[in-house]
Design a protein around this ligand. Structure first.
Ligand code: RUB
Length: 313
């Protein structure tokens, strides 16, 4: 698929969900590298940099996107020739996609162990990683009931209930504001993540934070299913995760908004759940408490103190 087409499909959310966005972006970068008409290595590097920036500008919150782009672009600075650089981009992109898909499988295996026979699971939004855990637990024969939220304003819950229904899982579909009223029936919350900060806070679809708060109050465990490339290295430098603010028209029809003089419609697409409301983060490398986020950033994303110090000068 063409680079601009992929960027547009990410921007308009035809391609959505942090993992899918990351894989689509690296595939677009590899396709672009294959066809980029560059006369020398410098021109290739600058063309690829522009392509990377186009993709990075699509959606700001899911850190899987910059992490994936970084994984593919990193070898460009060390390449000695144009063919070597082109080849490196393709190889890195293929490796990223393969390891991303493998990561979701590993998360499913590990996450399913935390789901017990008879559990009533609440999930929010449409997370490939979270759903993979639930589907795997069901595949293993565990008897589950799932509550899935609607996810206003984009209705990602419709995708989730379709997947659960296809798998034959008993599912209740609720509006987002019904979460507190059903929380006493829930034995486990399983959600995904767009970004995890160095202090273990989880950035995910708007509404996740109030679900986690309600779960905390009800003493219900919250499990976050997230590949290691959802951890945000630059939060070590004090950078904040930008919360995407989407069009007000997604929330209130323009013909109504137009008639209101004193009302501003806000549409933040994500929120931040503090680490204290998260019991476990299931990654492909194992399940960790949120407090170990820095370990993931250092050990598995390959960022060390020297990298951070270089960035600060
Ligand atoms: C999607 C969302 C998902 C995470 C994790 O938001 O918040 O929970 O991206 O998904 P949007 P996954 O629909 O706005 O992209 O586990 O599939 O990476």
């Amino acid at each position: 698929m063409l680079l601009n087409e992929t960027a547009e499909r990410i921007r308009t959310m035809e391609i959505r969900g942090a993992g899918r966005i990351a894989r689509a972006a690296v595939e677009a970068l590899a396709g672009y590298a294959d066809t980029l008409d560059a006369t020398d290595l410098a021109a290739f590097r600058s063309g690829m940099q522009e392509a990377a920036e186009t993709l990075l500008a699509t959606r700001p919150t899911a850190v899987s996107l910059p992490n994936a782009v970084h994984a593919v672009m990193a070898p460009l600075s060390a390449a000695d020739s144009l063919p070597e650089a082109r080849d490196a981009v393709r190889r890195r992109a293929d490796a990223f996609v393969t390891s991303s898909l493998h990561a979701v499988e590993r998360i499913a295996d590990i996450g399913a162990r935390h789901i017990s026979d008879g559990d009533t699971v609440l999930t929010h939004c449409n997370s490939e990683a979270a759903l993979a855990c639930i589907l795997e637990a069901h595949r293993q024969g565990k008897d589950l009931t799932v509550y899935a939220t609607e996810v206003r304003p984009r209705n990602q819950g419709h995708l989730t209930i379709r997947a659960l229904d296809d798998a034959g899982i008993r599912t209740s579909f609720i509006i987002d504001s019904a979460v507190r009223s059903i929380m006493n029936r829930i034995t486990l919350v399983v959600v995904g993540a767009d970004a995890i900060t160095v202090n273990g806070a989880v950035v995910n679809k708007i509404g996740t934070a109030q679900i986690a708060l309600a779960a905390h109050e009800a003493r219900t465990n919250v499990v976050v299913a997230a590949e290691t490339y959802k951890f945000a290295p630059r939060t070590v430098l004090g950078e904040l995760i930008e919360i995407e603010e989407r069009s007000p028209a997604e929330v209130l029809p323009e013909e109504i908004a137009r008639t209101l003089k004193h009302v501003t419609v806000r549409n933040p697409a994500f929120d931040v759940t503090p680490a204290e409301y998260v019991d476990l983060i299931v990654t492909e490398k194992g399940a960790i408490p949120p407090e170990l986020a820095y370990t993931i950033i250092r050990e598995y994303l390959g960022w060390n103190i020297e990298d951070f110090q270089r960035q600060l000068v």
